[in-house]
Structures are given as C-alpha cells and as structure tokens.
Design a protein around this ligand. Structure first.
Ligand code: UDP
Length: 362
C-alpha cells in the first residue's frame, strides 16, 4: 500500500511525527507499506516548520509545494493546484491528512476528486462555531473522508450523529500525545531561563493566535492588560505567533511582567509548559498537552472542539471577554484549580493503532 501523508502547519508536524515512526516500524516486517511525505509549505518560517522536523526527527519531505501565505481562498487554491499535480506524478492508494488546517481540507478534496481514499487523523472533533476556519476545514474534510481516526469517544459520537457508519470509525487515541510522551524526557530549558531568572511554578505561558482574539488590536491589548495585571506580578512569557506579532507591532503596549519572545521549538516550549503555574491560550493542541501534564489551563475562547480537556482535563473555557480573567486567576492563586485526569487511549500508542488499521485496508 502506498500512502501519501500531508502536513502543512505547525500542529500537523507534531501529529505526523509518530505516524511516520510507526510506519517505519511496520516496514521492518511488512515490505508492502510505503509512504510519501508532502509538505504543502503553508507554514514556512523556520521556527514554525524546520525546527519541528529537526526536533521530532521527521524525515525530509519528498516534496514541498511551497504555497506560502495568502488569503483563505488563495492558499486553498494554491494547495489544490499543486497537490493535484503531485498526485498525478506520484500515484498513491491513500491520502492521509491530519488535524484541521487549510492543507487538511484542500488535499482531502483533491484526493477524493482523484478517486483516492482519504484517511483523516483527528476526525470528528467539532466546536460547532462556523466563524472558525478550522471548523469549516473539519466539516469539509469529514464529509469526504473514508477512514476516520478519532482521539476520543466524543469525536466518534459526533461522526455517528452525522451518519458515518461504524466500520469507518477507529477510536485510536491522540497522536499529539504520542509525540508529547515520547519527547517528554528531552524537554529542555530555553537559554533565557537563567537570564529571566525563571523558577518552576512561578510564571505563566501565554499563546494567542485565533482571529477572534488577535485581529482586533483593542481587544488584544485589553486581554494582555488583564492577564499581566492579575498575574500576581509573575512573569508572563508570550511566544508570539506571526499573526499576533503583526497586530502588536502597531501598538506600543508595555507591561513590566510581559515578555514577548519568538515562537519556540517544541522541546523548549513544552519545558516551559511543564514547569508553568498556568497556561493561558486559545490553541487547541496546547489544551491537550496541559491536560496530560496536569498543568492548569485557561482557554480564551467561547467554545472548544476538545470538550475532554474540560470534562476530564485541567482546562477551563473563560470566553473572550477580558473581564473573565481576574476571577479565574483568583481561583488559581487560591489553589482551587481542578486536578484533572487523562482521557482514554492518550497513552502514546495512537499512531501504532492507526498503522495497524491502515495495513488491513483493501
Ligand atoms: N508549540 C510550540 N512552540 C510554541 C507554541 C506552540 O512548539 O511557541 C506547539 C505546542 O506544544 C502544540 C502546537 O505547537 O503542540 C500547537 O500549535 P498551534 O497552537 O499553532 O495549533 P492548534 O493546536 O491551535 O491547532
């Protein structure tokens, strides 16, 4: 079987790493499984792309479509045109896409229209918020997927409700957590740890990149101001996404306990998370990682496609109103934050389960 694996953006790289490793392991006893890795080039900054290939030992892609940035439509179109050529030049039996980025949706459409089966890893998660580009990507991808690999029972249930037949749904667990568990012993303190005099449990990590939080400068500044003022004077480390940096650069916001840094590599970022008092974020993947590491997490969104991080994990949804931050901080500093448990099958073996299913597909 020939599998074409697609990855385009930072969270994708973290998800494909264990899948490729599991395929390589399978190849040792099964010479009928082959893969080709395609990087669409959706994320191309070194610290959103190359660093992850190096740190997570992902092989060099067989092709890079180099689509780079553009509006949603421009980027989707560029990926589709380039990926159609890729599939014509390199026929395959299955296209495997992960997550919910533009590349996920664009490549699954091209594959399906070329009569190639589509496997979606992290299928079935839903925020039911149609203002999120990711939700549209999830819905479109799942509407044409043939094999659905899910992270939770919630995700499988969403697919059943949408009419997907039981034999196409494989509840395998979470590949992002495969990466976290396999790399946890290699997490390393960033060089600035000593320079900033950071101490375990005595700082916050902040990440923001969703349009609802960052595209409006006034709203972003109000969030930053509430966070820094209610953090009990603790440093707030803010590895800044390029989208957020663009907006913040045009303001003169300053706060003595806010430290803006470049996006970090995986090993340094997760070292910071594992030792933080709390993480404040609007990312989806980070809420899964904090759940597994047992670190309190405040999510600045009105909804989530990952309810397990709230029902079982350490995550709480605060919404996007900056006024919700202070009461949550009080709860944290009064040691009233929930402890959480780890969702079923988030055990580091999801990718192996995926490959076990892939080899049985006709
Ligand atoms: N991450 C990282 N460095 C950073 C910020 C995030 O390595 O400076 C990792 C993080 O550990 C997680 C992933 O990037 O694995 C989340 O990516 P992102 O927030 O862009 O995507 P989302 O999960 O929201 O789709």
């Amino acid at each position: 079987m020939k599998i074409t694996i697609v990855a385009g953006a930072r969270p994708n790289f973290i998800k494909i790493a264990p899948i490729i490793k599991a395929i390589q392991k399978q190849q040792q006893c099964n010479e009928n499984i082959h893969y080709r890795l395609i990087h669409t080039g959706q994320h191309y900054d070194k610290n959103l792309s190359d660093t992850f290939f190096e740190e997570l030992n992902i092989p060099k892609p067989d092709a890079n479509l180099e689509v780079k940035s553009g509006s949603q439509a421009v980027q989707t179109a560029a990926i589709m045109v380039a990926f159609e050529k890729e599939l014509l030049d390199n026929p395959t039996d299955l296209v495997l896409v992960v997550g919910d980025v533009t590349s996920t949706m664009a490549c699954s459409i091209v594959a399906k229209k070329s009569n190639i089966k589509v496997a979606h890893v992290e299928a079935g998660i839903r925020s039911y918020d149609m203002t999120m580009p990711e939700e549209i990507n999830r819905l479109v991808t799942d509407s044409i997927t043939d094999y659905f690999f899910t992270t939770t029972v919630w995700a499988s249930e969403n697919l059943r409700k949408a009419g997907v037949s039981e034999d196409k749904i494989f509840f395998v667990g979470n590949v992002m957590i495969d990466t976290l568990l396999s790399k946890r012993s290699q997490f390393k303190a960033p060089d600035f740890w000593n320079d900033f005099k950071l101490e375990s449990n005595q700082y916050f990590v902040l990440t923001l990149h969703r349009p609802a939080n960052v595209d409006n400068a006034e709203n972003l500044l109000e969030l930053l101001s509430e966070i820094t003022q209610s953090a009990n004077g603790m440093p707030v480390l803010f590895p800044i996404h390029p989208r957020t940096a663009k907006v913040l650069m045009e303001s003169d916001f300053k706060s003595s306990n806010l430290t803006i840094i470049e996006p970090l590599g995986y090993l340094e970022f997760n070292y910071l998370v594992e030792n933080a008092r709390c993480v404040i974020t609007d990312s989806g993947g980070i809420t899964e990682e904090t759940t597994v590491m047992g670190i309190p997490c405040m999510t600045l969104r009105d909804n989530t496609e990952r309810p397990e991080t709230i029902e079982l994990g350490t995550n709480e949804l605060l919404g996007t109103n900056p006024k919700a931050i202070r009461p949550a901080m009080e709860k944290l500093f009064n040691n009233q934050w929930k402890k959480g448990t780890i969702p079923e099958k988030w055990d580091g073996k999801a990718a192996e389960r995926i490959v076990e299913h892939l080899v049985t597909l006709k």
